[in-house]
Each structure stands twice: as C-alpha cells, then as structure tokens.
Design a protein around this ligand. Structure first.
Ligand code: F6R
Length: 660
C-alpha cells in the first residue's frame, strides 16, 4: 500500500502481499451480471451529433463490459511489454458492474493485475478508511479484494489527513500520479450536478487535487447510503478537473434516467463551469458511455428526425407528431402542412402526409389508449407487484380502485419490506405503543419492557448511518406492513389479498442489496403460478441498474418469460414509479381517474404515515410529498391529452404494455 492510502490491511487481505482474489463481494458472492456478460452482444449506437463521442448501449451490462474490455486490452498489451498500466478509478453505483466484470476476467480469463497502478478520484472528508461509507471500503469490496493488484500500487485519497496537512498531501497525490507516468485510462461517473469526481459546479477547468465542499444535491443523493443527509460529510478530497483532463483516455459512464438531464447538458451544451463534465468535450479521447435511459434526453433520442433521414416507424411517427402538436400548441387534428414544414418535419410530411392524415392517424391511436375498464368487463384476477409497500397506491391507486369497483379480484404483492426507509423515531413510537398496550391489558409486561429497553438502547448506541439491529428492522418492517394493509383497504382490497414477499435480496438492512436470490425467483414464480392472474402490473422503472425498482422488475421479467414459455398466458402492464411519468407517445393505456377516485387514492397514500411529511428516500431533488407528486402527475397526463385535442379528463394514470 502506498503511503497515501489504500484499503485497510487485514490478515484476510495479506495473502502473498496481494489482494486476495478468493474473497467475496458484500454478500459473499458476485453479482449475477457476471455470468451474463459473456453472452450479451455489445453493439452500441454511436451518436453523431453530441459534442463528444457518445456510445449508447442497450443495457448497462453491455456498457460495463465494453469499458472492461478496453481496460483489459490495455492491461494485457502493457503486461506483454512488461509495462505498468495506470488506471484512474471512480466509486459510486455506476462502476459496480464494470468492477464485477474485471473481477470475472481476472478469475476466469486470468487477467493479471500485478502491474496495474490505481489512483482513485476522491474520498469524503473527514472519513476513516475503515468506515463502511469510505471509498477505501468501497474499492476493497468491489475490486481490490478480488484481484491481484499489489497493495502498494493502490492510491486512494486519505480522508483522515489532518486539515493542516491537506494542501501538501494533495500536491503529493498529484506528484505520485506524475511519477507513475500519468493515468492511462480514467473511469468517471457523473453526478446530477454535472460533477466529475467531486468537482462541483464552479470548479475551474485548471483545478487540481484539493479539498472541496460538496453541493447540497450531491449530499442529498448520498443521503440514502448514509441514512440521512445530515450524516453525509460536507467536504471531500478530490482530483481536479485539470488532473482528470491530463489522463490519456477517459470513459465517463452514466446509467439510469436520473442522469438523463445532466448527460444531455454535458454532451450537447458548450463547455461551462456550471457542468464540469462538459469540460471533457475539450479532451482528445473522452467518450460518454450510456445505457438507454441515461441517453433518453439527448436530441438524437428526443428528436432523431433533426439528425437527417430516418426510417419512420409507427412509434417515431407518433413521437414526432405529438412533439409537434405540443410544440405549436395545436391539437392533433388542427395541425396543418406548414406546421410540419416550419418545424423540420418535411420528410415525414412527404412520406406520410398530408398533415391531416398524420394528425388523424396519431389522434386515433392515442384515442385507443383511453380505457375505462382496464381489465375488461368479466371478473378477473389481477396481481399488482409493488417493489416497496407504497408504490402501488402512489403510481396506480386510481386504477386499483377502478379495478376493484369493476368486480375484479385485485391482489397486491409487496416485494420488499421497505424497512430501511422508516425513521428511528417512528420505530420508537411503536415500541412505546406496544409497551403501553401490553401493560394496559396485562400482556407479559415484564418481557415486553425488557425487549423495549433493549431496542431503545440499540437505537441510542447506533452511530449515525449504521444499520439497525434485527429487532429494529423487524419493527420497521411491521410498521410498513400495517400501513400497506390500511392503504389497500382504502382501495377496497382486503388483507387476505395482500402478499408480503419480503424478498431476500433486500434484507441487508443497508442501501446496498444482494443480487436477486434463487428463493426470490421461486417466490415470484410460485405466486404467479398460484394466483394465475389475467393481468399483472409492474413498476417499469428505468432507474440505475441497482435501484430496487429496477431489480424487482428484472426479476419479474425473468419469471414471466419462463411462464410464458410454459404456456401460462397473462398480460404485463408497467406503471411508472413514484418519480417519473411515461412520455405521452409511450403510453399504451390511460385510465381516467375521477375527482372522487383521486381523493381516495390520496387517502390511500396518506395511510403510509412513515413516508409522509418527510420521507427517508424521497428520490431526487423533488421535495414534494408522494401524494402531491402523484396528484400533479396524473393531472398533468390528463392536461397533455387535452392539449393534444383528445377528450378532457380530470386525471389519468398511464401504463405501458410489456411484451417481453
Ligand atoms: C465517485 C465520484 C463521483 C461519482 C458520481 C456518480 O468516485 O467521483 O463523481 O462518480 O457522483 O455517482 P453514482 O455512480 O453513484 O451515480
């Protein structure tokens, strides 16, 4: 380990002075994409109109593998010449799949890291290297513990350095990079502030390694890992923009729709200190590596017709005509040829016009999405999968109310307990309640008090951001289950139609979860086979690959594919999670929600009291409560349909059909 840091030494890591390749990830096994990587095709779309090279991959797995292959090729080439390879490394959710693939290459293909030298971008300040939140710990768990990088080749800024030493320490860090011959490949993520490393907006292009103050949005995003924004350190040691730009080759990676807006600014706007990632446009070999959701706000995706001649599919025609209608503020049936011509849609007009035909075509199509009886008129069994115990009512509470009233038997499967999102004070209040209740009714008062004291003590002793003990996690799980039962009742769904699956992958008590476990797949399969639903509803989130919604959806898709192959037929409908809504051209079904239904839906959301007023994980920078977002989102979908000249509704819930 270099004098500047590196993962902590333990006997487990000391075998032959190398990091032990046999040690396991957080959970004792490697993530499942490891085995998938070998099979998946790697065909990125190369965008031509961005201000720096941009590759868009179908999935984050493909994208991670692409970068891993580039790194592995360089390591092999350098190894053959007896030369070192210097890597600049990032932490965070984004590179987790990349590191897993490098570990797989080491284990299965013998990729030799013994000549690799690494420099990490940053570390929180202050931060002990042994703290579970430290980037030292992150790197140990995800990479260094599994590959044979000599520990003296590992450099991670030391968050323990005394304040008065920081300046000289940072200079030494830069010096070490230079002595190593400079960085060959730099891996970067991008924060939602546009930061690279912790170079927040305002960081000069020439900045070097230094101590910085974190942006409130960055601390907000890190709050989940630290169980509350107040526990996130206010500062960090970080390489500068100039340090990063000195690297010979740079990959900047972004996954998930939450990154889409900032990716668009970094790729398409002029370089500016307001988005430090945009400075990469001035580098001779920097490439953006994106998955589809992260690329979704690039003009190549939003308005591909502006880039030249395209093949007009049904869905592109729909996208273009809806875009035009909203842009010129005219209903679909009011569009004329000039609207198309003046807005760059000549080709569409020429191939599929006149305007009247195009408007009518899309009008009829959108009209057909409006459905008041989403499961038809005969009574059916419906299964709603809810990743956490409130996503069901937030995202499709109105439709659930409709389905029940239309005589369908609606079941809800809560896939995870959602217990890490309950505040300690809520758990304590319930401990107090149970203790008083048992005392009042003479139910084993001494045993109750003993347990209550034990729980109070464990919460008191807990360091900020540390996981809860088993009993507290169970109490928090029960709180969310009782809330879910109360909320479902508001929608007319009795407790016996609720399933609390408590899937194992979620049961870590931490933000980092396990990979989906075999018993989780069995539970989903078993439920689908037992209930034989005619329709299922799934949170079709396009979040980053580690988001619980995305993990739950992928696990369901795997099971559905299997069951379809076995001949069990049912429809799969996707609702959007609590944070986003489908674009108007994506919606396959829109269910009208009356004012009375919307009020009832809000009452159901209110029943999730532990998530009201101030949710632990509200998602993004949106400070509105979940019921407010749900109401505004449903009303806004109705307003969009109205603007397109379709029938006017009070509110609409939108769904997309999943066909495998
Ligand atoms: C981490 C780092 C940060 C992250 C960025 C994205 O070492 O320097 O710039 O790359 O905040 O984080 P994730 O990947 O968690 O979205």
């Amino acid at each position: 380990m270099s004098k500047l840091g590196g993962p902590p030494r333990t006997t487990r890591h000391r075998r032959q002075g190398l990091y032990d390749a046999q040690c396991c990830a957080v959970d004792g096994r490697l993530p499942p994409w490891n085995s998938l990587c070998r099979e998946l095709p790697l065909e990125p779309q190369r965008l031509t109109n961005t201000r720096l090279p941009t590759l868009v991959f179908k999935t984050s797995v493909d994208a991670s593998k692409y970068v891993a292959v580039a790194i592995a090729e360089l390591i092999r080439r350098n190894n053959a010449r007896g030369k070192p390879t210097v890597l600049g490394l990032a932490t965070g959710a984004t590179p987790v799949g990349l590191y897993a693939e490098l570990v797989r290459m080491h284990r299965e293909e013998g990729l030799d890291f013994s000549r690799v030298i690494t420099f990490n971008l940053d570390e929180y300040y202050p931060m002990s290297p042994t703290d579970p939140h430290s980037y030292h710990e992150f790197m140990r768990v995800h990479l260094f513990e599994h590959v044979n990088i000599p520990r003296e080749n590992v450099h991670i800024p030391d968050g323990n350095i005394p304040l008065e030493r920081v300046e000289s320490y940072c200079r030494e860090y830069e010096q070490l990079i230079r002595e190593a011959g400079g960085i060959d490949i730099q891996v970067l993520g991008i924060g939602r502030t546009g930061h690279i490393a912790f170079n927040e907006p305002g960081s000069p292009r020439s900045s070097r390694t230094r101590l910085v103050t974190l942006d409130p949005l960055t601390r907000h995003d890190a709050a989940q890992a630290f169980f509350g924004e107040e526990n996130v350190p206010a500062r960090a040691l970080t390489m500068g923009v100039g340090t990063i730009l000195d690297a010979r080759k740079i990959f900047i990676i972004a996954f998930g729709e939450r990154k889409a807006s900032i990716v668009q600014r970094a790729c398409e706007e002029l370089p500016t200190e307001a988005v430090t990632a945009s400075f990469l446009q001035e580098h001779h070999d920097a490439t953006f590596i994106l998955d589809e959701p992260a690329a979704s706000k690039l003009s190549a995706r939003l308005r591909p017709w502006e880039l030249g001649s395209i093949h007009w599919t049904d869905s592109l025609i729909r996208q273009a005509v809806i875009w035009l209608s909203l842009k010129v503020r005219k209903g679909l049936l009011q569009l004329d040829d000039d609207d198309f011509r003046e807005n760059g849609l000549f080709e569409l007009l020429r191939e599929y016009g006149p305007a009247q035909d195009l408007g009518e075509r899309v009008f009829q199509d959108r009209l057909s999405t409006l459905v008041t009886h989403p499961a038809g008129r005969d009574s059916k069994t419906i299964l709603v999968f809810s990743p956490h115990p409130d996503d069901d009512v937030i995202s499709m509470g109105g439709t659930m109310i409709r389905l029940v009233e239309q005589g369908h038997k609606v079941h809800v499967a809560y896939m995870t307990s959602g217990n890490i999102a309950v505040f300690d004070y809520d758990a304590l209040r319930f401990v107090d309640f149970v203790e008083s209740y048992n005392r009042e009714f003479g139910i084993s008062p001494s045993q109750t008090t003993q347990l209550a004291n034990q729980i109070r003590q464990s919460l008191q002793l807990k360091e900020p951001g540390q996981p809860d003990c088993r009993e507290v996690l169970e109490i928090k799980r029960l709180i969310r289950e009782t809330e879910a039962r109360a909320a479902a009742l508001v929608c007319g769904i009795p407790p016996e139609q609720l399933e609390f699956m408590n899937l194992k992958f979620y049961q870590t008590g931490k933000r980092e979860k396990l990979p989906v476990q075999p018993e989780d797949y069995d539970a989903i399969m078993g439920l689908l086979q037992r209930l034989k639903p005619a329709q299922i509803y799934v949170a079709g989130e396009e979040s980053d690959p580690h988001g619980t919604h995305r993990v739950c959806a992928d696990a369901i898709y795997t099971c559905v594919r299997k069951l379809w192959q076995q001949g069990q037929q049912f429809e799969v409908w996707l609702y959007r999670g609590a944070w986003e809504e489908w674009e108007p051209h994506e919606i396959d079904r829109a269910v009208p929600i009356s004012p009375a239904d919307l009020e009832r839906k809000k009452l159901a959301i209110f029943r999730h009291q532990s998530q009201k007023d101030r949710a632990m994980f509200p998602g993004g920078s949106d400070r509105r409560e979940f019921w407010q977002r749900a109401e505004e989102r449903n009303k806004s979908t109705a307003a969009t349909y109205d603007a397109l000249g379709l029938p006017e509704f009070f509110a609409l819930e939108g769904f997309v059909r999943w066909r495998g």
